[in-house]
Design a protein around this ligand. Structure first.
Ligand code: MG
Length: 396
């Protein structure tokens, strides 16, 4: 923990996270002269190696499938933008929101969820015996991996591993955590970022906001990317009440609007309304819960939320995207290949750790070292590495 923090942030709500009251860093550091602790965290994330890798990591469409699809990087920037907009209205800490949003996907594997599922399967199959949770946890969870990136895997500073971020940023990064891994984290850091997954309670409002901004961002940009890819059509989207409402609205105001501009306008209206809905609903919930400070936030249920109606309509959109985009035969086909690449690489590095760079090949917990190495790969590096080791061209 660091000593007294010099930067007070004015204009924050009493329930906002204040860097002057941060629970501090794991390794004590002097405060920066010109930046608050959360601004500094954001800057550390932006300068990290893992952040630069996000540009070549899949969101839904593989990196090489087109230049205009979202990547993990542009997705993270959109989450930060939405999060900051909402934070400003609610007088929450924008810098903390930005730090969490930019870091929230740092632990993602190549190939999106397909890569993560494959890696999890590889680790789970190995889990007995010997137990993989000796030292480094069970299975693969991308949220936990994001925390591992900022806590341990980044190598930038002389005195410690990781980026040594503030408690509040780390707490926001660990959005979900299995009980098994939470118990292990609690052993290492009692009362720390995993405490709430064992004992209940909520993270800061800024962390809650990033969770919802993530969802708002991907629902909107996956419509856009889905149509761009040709896997979704505007006609199909007519069955989604939420989207159709804004498409009709756009057409009432601009009757001649068609094609991409109509799509963009409908998405823009949808995003705006979702943002306003979250602001109004969250304000009302904070008032109804009688929240006075951050301690009150942490002791209670989630406060940053959609209204019930918006929640239901958004859920219908998510169900539509799951059925029609994420499980589209063309996406599934790519997914199968991606799983194979990850599983093949995992098997090979387990047999021959010398195929990895020394820093990974010589680590004590081999399976975790392999998982960290693969998780850090970009899509195209994983594809190249698979070609090098297996000679097969998986993504011609
Ligand atoms: Mg995300």
């Amino acid at each position: 923990m660091t000593g007294a923090v010099v930067h007070a942030v004015s204009g924050l709500a009493p329930w906002a996270s204040d860097p002057a009251r941060s629970r501090g860093r794991r390794h004590p550091e002097a405060e920066a002269p010109t930046r608050t602790a959360y601004q500094r965290d954001r800057d550390r994330v932006i300068h990290s190696t893992a952040f630069r890798r996000l540009v070549y990591k899949t969101q839904v469409f593989l990196n090489h499938e087109g230049d205009l699809f979202r990547t993990r990087l542009t997705h993270s920037l959109e989450v930060a933008q939405l999060g900051r907009s909402i934070a400003r209205s609610l007088r929450l800490n924008e810098d903390l929101v930005e730090a969490i949003a930019l870091a929230h996907d740092l632990g993602h594997t190549p190939f999106g969820h397909a890569g993560q599922d494959a890696l999890h399967g590889c680790l789970r199959d190995l889990s007995s015996p010997p137990a993989i949770d000796e030292g480094d946890g069970w299975g693969f969870e991308h949220n936990l991996q994001s925390l591992r990136v900022v806590d341990e895997l980044e190598e930038r500073y002389p005195a410690f591993d990781g980026l040594n971020l503030c408690f509040e940023t780390r707490e926001g990064v660990l959005k979900h955590c299995s009980r098994a891994n939470a118990l292990r984290l609690e052993q290492q850091e009692a009362g720390g970022v995993a405490w709430r997954f064992v004992h209940g309670g909520s993270p800061s409002l800024e962390a809650q906001l990033c969770n919802l901004a993530d969802e708002i961002a991907y629902n909107a940009h996956d419509i856009d990317d889905g149509v761009r890819s040709g896997l979704l059509t505007m006609d199909q989207l007519a069955e989604v009440e939420l989207f159709e409402h804004y498409r009709q609205h756009a057409l009432r105001v601009h009757p001649a609007l068609t094609g991409r501009r109509l799509l963009f306008e409908a998405i823009r209206l949808m995003l705006s309304d979702q943002v306003y809905d979250v602001i109004d609903t969250t304000r009302a919930r904070i008032a109804a819960a009688g929240i006075e400070d951050v301690a009150g936030v942490r002791a209670g249920p989630t406060l940053v939320a959609f209204s019930e109606g918006m929640r239901e309509r958004t859920q219908a959109l998510k169900t539509f995207l799951l059925r029609n985009l994420y499980r589209h035969p063309q996406v599934m086909e790519t997914t199968q290949r991606a799983r194979r690449v990850v599983a093949d690489l995992f098997g090979r590095y387990m047999e021959m750790p010398s195929e990895m760079p020394d820093a990974h090949g010589q680590r004590q917990h081999q399976a975790r070292a392999v998982a960290d190495y693969i998780a850090g790969m970009t899509d195209r590096f994983a594809i190249r590495e698979h070609e090098r080791l297996f000679g097969a061209v998986m993504f011609p």
